[in-house]
Write a protein that binds this ligand. Structure first.
Ligand SMILES: Cc1ncc(COP(=O)(O)O)c(C=O)c1O
Length: 389
């Protein structure tokens, strides 16, 4: 048994999450407050004890670990060394994929509200952002298919987030296939960001894009990494998978053009330890996070009826619909920002909904990957803010 209730003091450790807002409780950026799996820590310690950290070749065992993991856990067969380009992070991965598959001025489609770092990657590659806002009704997010096809028909690349941050959706095989078929029909290349793939909850299984029909897989790359699920984001390691060797060559070229092809020695060690020995820790973590999510739902229902949250199917990022907190004649525009400011005054930092696009107005994102006592303190501060808003 691992102890996810343990409080690890992260203040004054140069943590982005904790040290950018000293004094406040940070429940914003997507990393977890849990100590990593001891199996990973021991593997890193052994690597550290060697005492020499020169440039490293990525060994076959690294690719074998990825292949075994995705085959065993997710039914994704046949990942080989020849299908993978390692890189320093998932942002580096999808940014290189956009670079490889577009020319300046091309349009890249995203489903908003979406992960905020999608936007600069599109801009930095001199492309134009196109949005397919997700449809939000009765507390559920779905795809507006008519709008999706219309936008796809104008795009060069579709940047998919599966599972979706921040909407919390784990897309079903049917939804993914439908997206893939529409993209194929319009010759739009799919870049699947699957960084949150391990963190799904009962009744919602992650479908790897690469397990869709062959012609859809050939029209795509998948960007994967163990960093979110195993809380090693600061170690920075990720992989681009492509079925088609010609596509993989393009990815390799773009990764080299962007000079992010040399990976961190600790990343190579940590990934193998995570995929080879981290399973028991991950399964317990998923249970703990699910319990945290239910704690939030109960709290909202009992204590904060002005705030609701769509069902969390995946990720540890809860998307809070805070519009019920607004004053009767208060304009929606700017509310997320105003409410987030008030939260900070009450010592709680959430991610402001509008950083995920205009579709995030009225929402705030809550990171629940922390010990339960910390979560409850965050919820107390949320309630205090609402009462005094
Ligand atoms: C959807 C998504 N992609 C990518 C990242 C960041 O990936 P990396 O740190 O590997 O660049 C995040 C981090 O929260 C994310 O939510």
């Amino acid at each position: 048994m691992y102890n996810f209730d343990e409080i690890v003091d992260r203040r004054n450790t140069e943590s982005v999450k904790w040290d950018l807002y000293p004094g406040a409780l940070p429940m914003w950026v997507a990393d977890m407050d849990f100590r990593i799996a001891p199996e990973i820590q021991e593997a890193l310690q052994r690597r550290l004890d060697h005492g020499v950290f020169g440039y490293e070749l990525v060994p076959d065992s690294y690719f074998e670990a990825i292949g075994r993991w995705f085959s065993r856990r997710h039914g994704w067969e046949g990942i080989l060394r020849e299908n993978i380009v390692p890189t320093t992070g998932v942002i580096a991965a999808y940014s290189a994929a956009i670079k490889a598959m577009t020319v300046p001025g091309d349009k890249v489609l995203v489903q908003t509200p979406c992960y905020n770092a999608f936007f600069p990657a599109i801009r930095n590659n001199k492309c134009v952002q196109l949005e397919n806002p997700l449809h939000y009704e009765d507390g559920l997010y779905t795809i507006d298919w008519e709008d999706f096809e219309d936008k796809v028909s104008q795009a060069r690349v579709f940047l998919l987030c599966n599972p979706h941050n921040p909407a919390g959706r784990v897309w079903t095989r049917e939804e993914l296939e439908r997206m893939g078929e529409i993209c194929l029909r319009h010759k739009v290349f799919v870049v699947a960001d699957e960084i949150h793939c391990e963190l799904t909850y009962p009744g919602h299984d992650y479908t790897p894009w690469a397990t869709l029909p062959e012609e859809l897989v050939r029209n795509s790359v998948s960007c994967i990494s163990p960093t979110k699920a195993f809380n090693i984001a600061g170690i920075q390691i990720a992989n681009i998978f492509a079925k088609d060797p010609e596509i993989l060559k393009k990815m390799d070229r773009a990764i080299n053009d962007n000079e992010c092809c040399d990976v961190n020695v600790f990343g190579v060690t940590a990934l193998q330890a995570a995929y080879n020995q981290g399973e028991a820790w991950l399964d317990q973590l998923r249970g703990y996070l699910w319990h945290n999510a239910r704690t939030v739902y109960c709290f909202l229902e009992d204590e904060l009826p002005g705030i609701t949250a769509p069902p969390l199917e995946g990720t540890y990022l809860m998307w809070l619909d805070c519009r019920g907190v607004m004053h009767p004649r208060e304009p929606l525009e700017g509310f997320s920002e105003r409410f987030a400011e008030q939260l900070k005054k009450h010592g709680l930092v959430l991610s402001t909904g509008t950083i995920y696009g205009a579709a995030g107005e009225g929402f705030e994102r809550l990171n629940i990957a922390c010990p339960r006592t910390v979560l409850l303190e965050g919820l107390r501060r949320l309630k205090e803010t609402v009462e005094q808003y």
